[in-house]
Design a protein around this ligand. Structure first.
Ligand SMILES: O=c1[nH]c(=O)c2[nH]c(=O)[nH]c2[nH]1
Length: 275
C-alpha cells in the first residue's frame, strides 16, 4: 500500500492562482512552503526550487514600446531560487532563501590574461597576457534567514511581507530592507548587472580575480546577502597556429581566428562571505 500524499502539484497550482506573491519567486516559494508546513502537522521541513526563464516583451520596430501580449526568450540564462523552510516548536517557521543565475553565457575578446601561476614538471599551460575570456556564469547568493509566523486564518493561506517596507516603484525596495529577501527582485537585478558590468569592464588578471570582484560588488550592494558563490567554467578559445603557411595568428595583436576547445578545462569556483 503506497503512502497517500496530498497532491503537491495541485497545491502549487492553487497557490499560483491565489497568492499575491506569484511574481516574486523567492516570496512565492516562502508562501507555498509556509502553507504546506502549517497545513500538515506531520511535515517539518519543505524544500522548494523554482526556475524562471526569460520572457521579455517584444519591442515592435514601428511602435518602439514593449508589446502588451507578445514575448521573446531573450537569453538562455535562468533565475534559480531555492528555499528551505523548517517548523520551529510549532509556533513559527524559519526560511532560508538562496537565489541566483545559471547558464549566463558571456565572452570578451580581450582584456583578459593569465600569468605568473605556479609551474612544476606537470605544467603545460602557456602564460598569456592576452586571451579570449568566456564562461557560463552560475551565481548563487544566500540571504540572512528569516522567521515567518504561522498563518492563523482558517484556510492557512495568510502570508504577509513585513509592513514597514518602502517600495521603489520598480519592484525593488528602498531604505531598510533594501538588499534583503523582501527586496528579492531588486537584489536579482543588481546581481545580474554587477556580474555583467564587472565581466565587461575588468582588466581580468585571472578568472579568479574577476570572480572575486563580482562577488565583492554583490555583497557590497545587498545588505541582506550573507554569501555569494560563483561557478565559472573556463570556455577556451585558442588562436590557430598558421605559421606553416607563413601567417602570424599567434601574436596577441594579430590573433583573429580561434577554435573553441572541448577538451577539459578548469571550473573556477569560490564562495565570498560577509565578515
Ligand atoms: O584564469 C584562469 N584561471 C585558472 O585557474 C586557469 N587554469 C587554466 O588552465 N586556465 C586558467 N585561467
Amino acid at each position: 500500500m503506497g503512502w497517500l500524499w496530498p497532491p503537491i502539484h495541485n497545491i502549487t497550482y492553487y497557490l499560483a492562482k491565489v497568492s499575491d506573491h506569484i511574481l516574486i519567486p523567492e516570496h512565492f516559494a516562502l508562501h507555498l512552503g509556509t502553507h504546506i508546513l502549517s497545513k500538515y502537522a506531520h511535515v517539518h521541513k519543505a524544500f522548494i526550487t523554482i526556475e524562471q526563464l526569460r520572457w521579455s516583451r517584444i519591442t515592435v520596430s514601428d511602435e518602439q514600446k514593449p508589446h502588451p501580449h507578445s514575448f521573446v526568450r531573450d537569453g538562455d540564462d535562468k533565475r534559480v531560487v531555492e528555499v528551505a523552510l523548517e517548523k520551529q516548536d510549532g509556533v513559527k517557521i524559519t526560511g532560508k532563501v538562496s537565489a541566483g543565475i545559471s547558464d549566463l553565457l558571456v565572452l570578451k575578446s580581450t582584456g583578459s590574461a593569465f600569468e605568473g601561476f605556479v609551474r612544476d614538471e606537470y605544467t603545460t599551460l602557456v602564460e598569456v597576457c592576452e586571451r579570449i575570456f568566456s564562461t557560463s556564469v552560475d551565481l548563487t547568493y544566500t540571504f540572512t534567514p528569516i522567521s515567518i509566523p504561522l498563518p492563523t486564518d482558517p484556510a492557512l493561506l495568510d502570508f504577509n511581507v513585513p509592513q514597514n517596507l518602502v517600495f521603489d516603484g520598480q519592484g525593488g525596495l528602498k531604505g531598510e530592507g533594501k538588499g534583503g529577501v523582501w527586496d528579492a527582485l531588486g537584489v536579482a537585478e543588481r546581481a545580474r548587472t554587477a556580474t555583467l558590468d564587472v565581466f565587461a569592464t575588468d582588466e581580468s588578471a585571472s578568472v579568479q580575480a574577476t570572480l572575486f570582484k563580482m562577488a565583492q560588488r554583490v555583497v557590497a550592494e545587498n545588505a541582506g546577502v550573507q554569501d555569494v558563490t560563483y561557478k565559472l567554467p573556463n570556455k577556451h578559445y585558442i588562436p590557430v597556429d598558421m605559421k606553416y603557411i607563413g601567417v602570424d595568428n599567434l601574436t596577441p595583436s594579430k590573433a583573429e581566428v580561434f577554435v573553441p576547445v572541448s577538451a577539459p578545462s578548469g571550473l573556477i569556483s569560490a564562495t565570498i562571505s560577509r565578515k
